[in-house]
Design a protein around this ligand. Structure first.
Ligand code: HEC
Ligand code: HEC
Ligand code: HEC
Ligand code: HEC
Length: 246
């Protein structure tokens, strides 16, 4: 019963086959079984978290505005001598609040004899546009970190041919008169496959480990963390011992 198919059958096939293929293409085009990735969507980094504008715009020239005019510090301070022990009770500059730990004297930083400069350890001059040299006198380790790019921030380019790289000065972030940096809100953590949702790490109150005056406080809070449960404490003690043995 072989033999050529009838011309009728051929015509039907010539119509039906393209029609079926066309319908299939249309269905596939609609992506009925679209791919669902098991990876959670990437966290959108909010714009404030990557904003590179410095917190402050420090005045790097020894100038100050009074009654609509700009004066250099020495315009006034050359005219009258200052009491070397003058503190925060100055008659002028009442807007200046000094909250810099035990560093409470204006002339620890400002130069008694030339107000257009800062003072070094022996009363010599530090140029007004290099306040980092002033900070370095008392914050040596942070200054070293800053020089090496560990503390503070660089703006600009890594590639010297594309443009300049500038290290932000200490005073671009710290107010020299009230230097502690206000607490920062952390940016959201990344979403990583199989790690589940992240709970934010809880900071213990008063536990800033960087503050000397609070070190007894932070020691206590570290113990609190280690001593969560009896089993936990044992584990931690064991770990410590093995580290000491090395
Ligand atoms: C318009 C005049 C004027 C200008 C400009 C001026 N000061 Fe003063 N400043 C004063 C007066 C007045 C006092 C108070 C002096 C006193 O209490 O004996 C003072 C006090 C101070 C003190 C407190 C210690 C002291 O001398 O009694 C510091 C520090 C100081 N000025 C720094 C500066 C700096 C830095 C600049 C420049 C950025 C500046 N001043 C510009 C008038 C001025
Ligand atoms: C830790 C060092 C330090 C101490 C202490 C200090 N200053 Fe300053 N002061 C600076 C620096 C650095 C600047 C440069 C301006 C800036 O970055 O805001 C400055 C700027 C100023 C200015 C210029 C105006 C301004 O806001 O820019 C005045 C006025 C002034 N200081 C007054 C005083 C007085 C008065 C005292 C004492 C009560 C004092 N300062 C203590 C470091 C210090
Ligand atoms: C004459 C010495 C001296 C100079 C100069 C000085 N500081 Fe300080 N600074 C101190 C002392 C003292 C403290 C208080 C430390 C404490 O309380 O544990 C302090 C505290 C600070 C703190 C707060 C630290 C904390 O744990 O909260 C910052 C930030 C700071 N200084 C930044 C600066 C910057 C920026 C400059 C330069 C503009 C500067 N300091 C210049 C002596 C100095
Ligand atoms: C880009 C901003 C930025 C610059 C520039 C910067 N700092 Fe800081 N600094 C910070 C922040 C943020 C902290 C952390 C504050 C905290 O943890 O409470 C800090 C902390 C500190 C502290 C206290 C903690 C510690 O490590 O002892 C000191 C002191 C300090 N800075 C000094 C300096 C000095 C000096 C310079 C310049 C040589 C400088 N900073 C430049 C942002 C900056």
């Amino acid at each position: 019963m072989s033999g050529k198919p009838s011309s009728n059958e051929g015509t039907v096939r010539a119509i039906v086959v393209p029609l079926v293929l066309f319908a299939l293409a249309a269905v596939l085009y609609g992506e009925p079984w679209s791919f669902v990735s098991p990876v959670p969507l990437a966290t959108v980094v909010p714009a404030w978290a990557v904003d590179e504008t410095p917190v402050r715009h420090p005045e790097l020239a020894p100038e100050i505005g009074f009654a609509g005019f700009t004066h250099r510090c020495n315009d006034c301070h050359k005219l009258f001598p200052s009491n070397p022990d003058a503190g925060a009770s100055a008659l002028r500059h009442t807007d200046i609040v000094l909250e810099h730990g035990i560093n409470t004297r204006c002339f620890n930083c400002h130069n008694l004899l030339n107000r257009d400069t800062f003072t070094d350890d022996s009363g010599g001059e530090i140029p007004y546009d290099q306040p980092e040299l002033l900070c370095a006198r008392c914050h040596g380790p942070v200054y070293r970190d800053w020089q090496h790019g560990v503390h503070g921030r660089s703006n600009g380019y890594w590639d010297a041919q594309s443009g300049l790289m500038t290290r932000q000065k200490c005073t671009a972030c710290h107010d020299p008169h009230v230097p502690p940096f206000p607490s920062m809100a952390p940016a959201p953590p990344p979403n990583t496959l199989r790690m589940g949702p992240h709970a934010p790490v809880e900071h213990l109150p008063g536990g800033n480990p960087l503050r000397v005056s609070q070190s007894s406080h932070s020691k206590r809070s570290t113990q609190d963390v280690a001593g969560d449960g009896p089993g936990e404490t044992g584990l931690h003690a064991g770990e410590h011992n093995s580290e000491d043995d090395r």
